[in-house]
Design a protein around this ligand. Sequence first.
Ligand SMILES: Nc1nc2c(ncn2[C@@H]2O[C@H](COP(=O)(O)OP(=O)(O)OP(=O)(O)O)[C@@H](O)[C@H]2O)c(=O)[nH]1
Length: 383
Amino acid sequence: MDAPRDTLSRALLVDPSVFRRLLERPDEVMLEHGAGGERLVAKLRAILSVAILALPLIAGLGGAGTTQTLVGLALAVFVNIVAQVWLALARSHRRHGWLPYATGTWDVTATSLVLVLLAMREPVAGVNSIVVWCFYAIAILMTALRNDGRLVLYVGGLAMLQYAALAFTVLALAPQPLISIGYGQATLAGQLERLLLLLLVTLLTCAVVYRMQRLVELSGRDGLTGLPNRVWLLQRLPRMFQAARAGGHTLTLALLDLDRFKRLNDDFGHRAGDRALRHVASHLSEMLEESEHLARIGGQEFVLVLRCPIGSAWERLDRTRRLLADIPFHPERGTETVAMTFSAGLAAFPQDGSDASTLLGVADRRLQAAKQDGRNRVVALDR
Ligand SMILES: Nc1nc2c(ncn2[C@@H]2O[C@H](COP(=O)(O)OP(=O)(O)OP(=O)(O)O)[C@@H](O)[C@H]2O)c(=O)[nH]1
């Protein structure tokens, strides 16, 4: 399935993995930011549509016929109504996955329709107007605000297809040569250049979206262990809670802190401490099941999000604690082994709280109790 995509991306001198990533569904946080981008685009469209109302009025004052002015006015009102509908949908609380595709289709098709109207009056105007043609490029560029590579490729592809159909129809049907004082001469080479420019704008917009996705991804990773970090966790937790509520299942948050980690750093140095953190991270990762997460939220602090009730979470984590303590860790070559242990506090969603800060607060209280009780233990209940 990937072979044709890979060939295409190689032909465009793009790493196939970049192309594949652009065709993937962006993660929830990117889509959430993209919904904000959709609102911004909807506002811009609404403002631009109001400005379009002035065009038939100016034409009327400039001597255009009454019918022509009224038709222009009716079209401008229609454009405004549609813009207001898009704005209302973009502002609604529910996120509509189809909305960016519908508005992208509208932006491109509205541009094509204006060019068709121009071409009906004067063929060369339809294919040589710079101002109207630029709206294709604007429609493509605006997809960058929605953070979705699939949308950029769709809108860019649609713009190229519609413009190619219009340009070749006009070139084939209109009397030659296609020339006018206001719009110059329309040639096949000129039209191919315009299509190439649309392709370039699409690829550049793809590059912007890809880089943005990479930046978001990097900002959510811990450089030492490669695990998700605090930012990642806090952004995703509300969605995880929503999904748990919808599915009617319990989640357990575990806040873990390595025991006497300062001593390990002091005795063997920071590099040994870093290796210990990676050692613990890889061991904790092994206990995760599907749709469970492990994040490093601070120096020697980790959070586990487990998809099970607090009782089974306690059993699983306590088993992991005992196993970790039994695995020999060599802080340095030739030195004796050190037992790595941790203390942890658990909190259950929705029983102990229904938001991240409450649950982390409860888990922290229990973690502190575990430390006070002598460390190397998991606490699931308040004393
Ligand atoms: N090597 C290394 N050390 C870190 C990192 N982040 C934090 N630390 C160290 O972690 C240690 C944390 O020490 P404390 O907060 O006093 O806690 P502790 O020694 O683990 O003691 P308890 O939590 O009470 O068991 C400090 O020495 C920090 O310098 C890191 O990324 N790498």
